[in-house]
Design a binder for this molecule. Structure first.
Ligand SMILES: [Cu+2]
Length: 452
């Protein structure tokens, strides 16, 4: 490398933030601190690599010589992003088009992870390795003198988009939501066994992650019981952390609520716990860990738990439609939403093109329940067919209503009825566009209803 520093882009507007408190040599003691600095406070011996953020990638000068490093970060994307040095400093939230300097301190030779800490972005591809070579090898390193003015590679975008559609539906290993059959005990109790462990999970073709799972699947096995059933769930914890199970939306005795340190002792690694309760009323619920939920749930520890029948308003008139008294639901579709952890943006544990298309016959009535186990809201849009919202969190609505887009917040469930009146492949997706498209084409929270 000829120079350790380079001219800063004219007109670069920078904000001196809390740099005063952060001596560069203190890294990693400044872990988590935001460390944007002003242009004129960069030491003349600092390397200033250019890093670009977009949906969902981190690109730029990813090899630097050992010594002081100040990254010039530009958000070239459409969404808010950050740049974080794992265990080190991070930028403020950067809006689309914003640029800042991030002081990484003095880096020793080695590899470091850079990522965006907006939920879901790291898992979706915003992670990159920064390689720091010994200063004796500095001559072999090239740092961009200025940002390329080249526009996007339109052709590459076209190719990636077409390829992503052509791959749908893609086969992957593993399927979630498989109905779990109980063992019926002599007194009629329905007994289920759940093993909690870190297991491999293929989210999309070739992307195999270390998911946190119930019985090795994401979402965990579906549990379905009748009102009045005695339920017993044996939980074996094979995680490296203690856990518990909360029955979200399911009434239980307090001691069975699954909030360890309050209603029970944590289930330690290698230990087990038995949950027992009576299924009191019809419920459209979920089960998930409560302890370490922010780690374990996005990583896959969630499942669907249904008591009784879905609340279908047979015979009721909504607008100019009367739901037939003898309406037969051709298919019940649980759709569990997630957006973070090792799984990332997904429907039922899979990212497009590995998401499952739902094949129905023309005229079928289909009942769909959205379950949001993620950290963000997701407006779920089905093309062509109005979605009749019949229940919120399992509670039947007095006045069901039609919507074509249903906003599902974390923890919520919406049950909708759809009459598949028109033949075709109708796309079905979250309408936050960065949850479904990246520069690699379609991904994440997209599937289709195929009406034959
Ligand atoms: Cu979304």
């Amino acid at each position: 490398m000829s120079m350790f520093h380079r001219p800063l882009i004219a007109g670069l507007v920078l904000f001196a933030l809390i740099a005063a408190a952060c001596a560069p040599d203190d890294f990693p003691a400044e872990a988590g601190a935001t460390a944007s600095i002003s242009a004129d406070s960069i030491g003349s011996d600092a390397t200033v690599p250019l890093i670009d953020l977009s949906e969902f990638s981190i690109k730029g000068d990813l090899t630097v010589p050992a010594g002081p490093v100040v990254v010039d970060v530009l958000n070239k994307g459409a969404a808010v992003h950050t740049l974080v040095l794992a265990g080190g400093p991070k930028t403020e939230n950067l809006n689309a088009g914003e640029e800042t300097l991030l002081d990484l301190g003095t880096l020793a030779p080695g590899t470091y992870e850079l990522f965006c800490d907006i939920p879901g972005h790291r898992e979706s591809g915003m992670s990159a390795e920064l390689t720091v070579v010994p200063s004796s090898e500095a001559d072999s390193v090239t740092i961009s003198a200025e940002r390329s003015e080249e526009g996007p590679d339109w052709e590459a975008l076209e190719e990636a988009m077409t390829a992503s559609f052509e791959a749908f539906p893609a086969e992957t290993e593993g399927q979630g939501n498989v109905l779990l059959e109980p063992t019926i005990l002599p007194d009629g109790t329905k007994e289920y066994d759940l093993t909690v462990a870190i297991t491999s999970w293929e989210v999309e073709p070739g992307r195999v992650v270390e998911s946190w799972s119930y019985n090795g699947m994401v979402p965990g096995p579906e549990i379905r019981v009748d009102v009045g059933d005695k339920v017993r769930v044996n939980v074996q914890n094979d995680l490296p952390l203690s856990t518990d199970i909360h029955w979200h939306g399911i009434p239980t005795p307090n001691a069975m609520d699954g909030v360890s340190s309050i209603t029970q002792e944590p289930i330690q690694p290698g230990e087990s716990f038995v949950y027992e309760f009576v299924a009191e009323r019809e419920s459209v619920g979920m089960y998930h860990a409560h302890r370490f939920g922010q780690i374990s749930i996005p990583n896959g520890l969630f499942g669907v738990f249904t008591i009784g029948e879905l609340p279908i308003p047979r015979g009721q008139t909504i607008g100019d439609t009367t739901i037939p008294e003898d309406l037969v639901v051709a298919q019940e579709i649980p759709m569990v939403l997630n957006d973070a952890g090792v799984i990332g943006y997904s429907l039922n544990g899979k990212s497009f093109p590995a998401t499952e298309p739902y094949v129905v016959e023309q005229g079928d009535w289909v009942a769909i329940t959205y379950y949001n186990e993620g950290l963000q809201i997701h407006p779920m849009h089905l093309h062509q067919f109005p979605q009749l919202v019949v229940a919120k969190d399992g509670f039947p609505l007095d006045n069901p209503y039609y919507a074509d887009t249903i906003n599902v917040a974390p923890g919520e469930r919406y049950t909708v009825l759809v009459n598949a009146t028109d033949v075709g492949t109708w796309v079905w997706h979250c309408h936050i566009l960065t949850h479904v498209e990246s520069e690699d084409g379609m991904f994440g929270m997209v599937t289709a209803m195929i009406v034959t």
